[in-house]
Design a binder for this molecule. Structure first.
Ligand code: GUN
Length: 290
């Protein structure tokens, strides 16, 4: 097995952004800025939001954070988004998901101006991606494309299987892989797929994004294939200081003696997501002011 660690991949993206930002600022522009909205105190969301803040700081990006209690009214978040949409000091906006049940996620996402949509989740950006126009591309699938490039994994004419059809990962991932220039033959599986192994066993690239540990093991994958594990699952582990450890959606250890390239968890796809968010923030700044 070849472990596709992503620290170097993320660092190379960040260095590219750093250089491009220097050029942008040298032209007299203020640094790119990101507004992050966090509702409630989900500890995984707090961790992600902290990492986003640290990445902004390391690149010299401006960062505004808006934190609300769990019981905040939907209307309050909508009016904040309206304000941020109009605020010239803000280039990009991100609302951390999931939101509490009483808040309509779809309504919130649709309210973000497509030109400031750092996540690329708005219908306009999803639509642009699907028809091959320039768009803000969701960070996780965009980061996976960086991993494939970094590790020289070809896509053209290859069979790619995406397991999971979420709006955040599965659907945009499939849209990118089928894009002209990427040229994979794409299959998207879901919980009703009758025989998952039948779909994956002859795939060259398998992207696993189900949110369930152990979704596949090495018996699902042919020699020479690449496996991208998108899962970030917390499993109880009393031997760890925090009481849990992170595991992916793939049974990683079953691949130990196999001729397969695979991303680890942690140290894999998760590292890319923040880097690609910074790329989208810079892109928003360049588009608005460049
Ligand atoms: N929650 C889990 N992943 C993401 C993401 O990529 N963006 C946002 N906003 N929330 C998330």
């Amino acid at each position: 097995m070849i472990r596709m660690g992503c620290r170097n991949v993320a660092d190379s993206v960040i260095e590219r952004i750093r250089k491009e930002t220097e050029v942008f600022v040298a032209k007299g522009n203020r640094a790119p800025s990101l507004a992050v909205v966090l509702v409630g105190n989900d500890s995984a969301s707090e961790t992600y939001v902290r990492k986003k803040k640290e990445a902004c700081e390391s690149l010299g990006f401006l960062h505004f954070q808006y934190t609300f209690d769990e019981d905040v009214k939907e209307e309050r978040i909508l009016s904040l988004i309206d304000e941020l949409n109009c605020n010239d000091d803000v280039d990009a906006i991100l609302v951390q998901l999931p939101l509490p049940k009483h808040i309509d996620e779809k309504k919130i996402i649709e309210r973000i101006s497509p030109e400031k949509d750092a996540d690329g989740f708005s219908p306009v950006n999803m639509g642009r991606l699907l028809i091959g126009e320039d768009a803000f591309v969701p960070c996780t699938p965009n980061g996976i494309m960086e991993i494939l490039r970094y590790y020289s994994i070809p896509t053209a004419g290859k069979k790619a299987v995406v397991i999971g059809r979420s709006n955040i990962v599965g659907k945009p991932m499939a849209a990118i892989l089928m894009q002209r220039g990427v040229d994979a033959t794409v299959t998207v599986c879901n919980t009703k797929t009758p025989d998952l192994k039948k779909e994956t066993i002859d795939a060259d690239i398998v992207i696993v994004a189900t949110g369930h540990p152990g979704t596949i093991d090495s018996s699902y994958i042919k020699d020479g294939a690449a496996v991208i594990d998108v899962g970030v699952n917390r499993v109880e582990d009393s031997s760890r200081p925090k009481g849990f450890r992170l595991t992916g959606d793939v049974d990683y250890h079953s691949f130990e003696n196999r001729d397969v390239m695979i991303t680890p968890v942690p140290g894999g796809v998760g590292l890319m997501t923040v880097a690609m968010l910074m790329a989208n923030t810079l892109k928003a700044a360049e588009r608005r002011r460049g």
